[in-house]
Design a protein around this ligand. Structure first.
Ligand code: HAM
Length: 417
């Protein structure tokens, strides 16, 4: 017996209503804010991710699904959605379109992580990116959209965390302060963090280990070491979020797990103490990324959320989603001639856009009606030997159990009515 690879999940028919509904709501939301869909392919040149996510991140160090293809190209299954969108922005000359260019995606993401509830090796991300404007009003828009997405689905008691990690001008000074603080904390932090003090000090604040969390708590705050421009950007953003009545709180340990961020970073978390791994979604600014990938300076901001986590939280909060449409009419028959008529009736109704389930084989009428009941059909069209020759059918109300004979030529009009 072959099984699903560890950390992956099949999405069975009974789960599809959640998936289709959430993806449809995501698309509607993007339409409201003027974001257009983009689909990039599943694998990219590995160097794109190493360069943008950062060599010292967990994603690049431990989690990428990378391989060489037969021609020796080094490729990686997309471990996040921002870098491919930036690559596409550059490759298709989108800087010549009106800015900001606003794009969204709903796409599979691959990370070799330790599987647990809400954490998989393949998950589906809904994300959006606005490229080409530095205005903090755009950050506010992205944050509002993210918030609305969850609230619109009925999620409650969410927590919105915000921070600014500065820009390439002010961050080096802050990182020195951080290194100073951590200099004599070697005993208190994990082995990875001891290494991070040298290789990537910002990541020290992001470590999920219990001991490291408490050390990070008292560390210097990036928002207190910003240059005047970054400070103004954060002040404006906070003001705009206030206008929009978004209930954010500043969290100075919020730095996010990818290296491309500048200034704004934010996360939306579900209620309760569940640790950073339970984050519903997150994003921020990445003003230098497009330039680092070879473009002209192009400030940008975006967000992404894992749909599995949204569903998990919806289920926990007992949120409901509409059922997917399914045929509510069942066509049953008795005898060969009736079967041929039943085939015609089913085809005619389906052709007119009416969903129909058809019986197969030579089962008894009783068995067919049991099958109709089990399928949830509201009405059954029954064609017996007598009806077949007489151009009629029995229309049975499966709920009330009442039935009447109707001309087959009138069935469509009656059912549509
Ligand atoms: P991220 O925080 O790495 O950000 O991932 C975004 C969201 O994807 C997470 O908040 C979570 O909901 C979901 N997620 C991540 N890993 C897993 C997993 N293993 N299993 C299930 N769900 C997962 C990014 O990827 C950035 N590209 C977001 C962004 C867009 N920043 C700017 N623009």
């Amino acid at each position: 017996m072959y099984r699903m690879p560890r950390g992956t999940r099949d999405i069975l028919p009974e789960e599809q209503s959640h998936w289709r509904y959430i993806e449809a709501r995501a698309a509607q939301l993007c339409q409201l804010y003027g974001y257009e869909r983009i689909d990039t392919h599943v694998f990219e040149d590995s160097r794109l991710f190493v360069r943008s996510i950062g060599e010292e991140t967990d994603i690049v160090q431990k989690e990428m699904y990378s391989f060489s293809d037969r021609s020796g190209s080094w490729l990686t299954l997309r471990p996040e959605g921002t870098a491919p969108v930036c690559r596409a922005y550059l490759e298709h000359g989108m800087h010549s379109r009106p800015q900001p260019v606003k794009l969204y995606y709903i796409t599979p993401i691959f990370r070799y992580e330790r599987p647990q509830a809400g954490r998989y090796r393949q998950h589906q991300q809904f994300g959006f990116e606005a490229m080409g404007d530095v205005d903090p009003a755009l950050d506010a828009e992205v944050i509002e959209m993210s918030w609305r997405f969850y609230i619109g689905l009925g999620l409650e008691n969410l927590v919105l965390k915000l921070n600014s990690i500065g820009c390439r001008l002010c961050r080096p000074r802050y990182l020195e302060k951080l290194k100073d603080y951590y200099r004599d904390k070697g005993e208190l932090i994990c082995t990875d963090c001891r290494r991070r003090r040298v290789t990537n000090p910002l990541r020290l604040l992001d470590c999920k280990k219990e001991s490291c969390l408490s050390v990070a708590e008292s560390a210097p705050k990036s928002s207190e070491h910003l240059c005047p421009e970054c400070c103004q950007h954060l002040d404006d953003l906070r003001r705009y979020l206030g206008f929009l009545s978004l209930p954010f709180s500043l969290d100075h340990t919020l730095v996010r797990g990818l290296d491309y961020y500048t200034r704004t970073v934010f996360e939306i978390q579900p209620p309760g103490e569940r640790g950073p791994q339970a984050t519903l979604g997150g994003g921020g600014r990445y003003d230098d990324l497009i330039e680092e990938l070879g473009g002209r300076p192009t400030p940008a901001v975006g967000f992404a959320t894992g749909i599995e986590r949204v569903i998990l939280n919806l289920r926990e909060q007992q949120g409901s989603v509409p059922d997917l449409p399914y045929p509510t009419i069942f066509v049953a028959y008795l005898g060969q001639e009736a079967k041929e008529e039943a085939l015609k009736v089913a085809s005619q109704l389906r052709g007119a856009g009416v969903g129909v389930l058809l019986a197969y084989g030579e089962r008894s009428l009783k068995a067919q009606l049991r099958q109709a009941n089990a399928s949830g059909a509201k009405q059954a069209i029954i064609i017996g030997e007598e009806e077949a020759g007489a151009g009629v059918a029995v229309l049975r109300d499966m709920v009330k159990g009442e039935q009447k004979s109707v001309p087959r030529a009138d069935l469509l009009a009656m059912l549509v009515r």
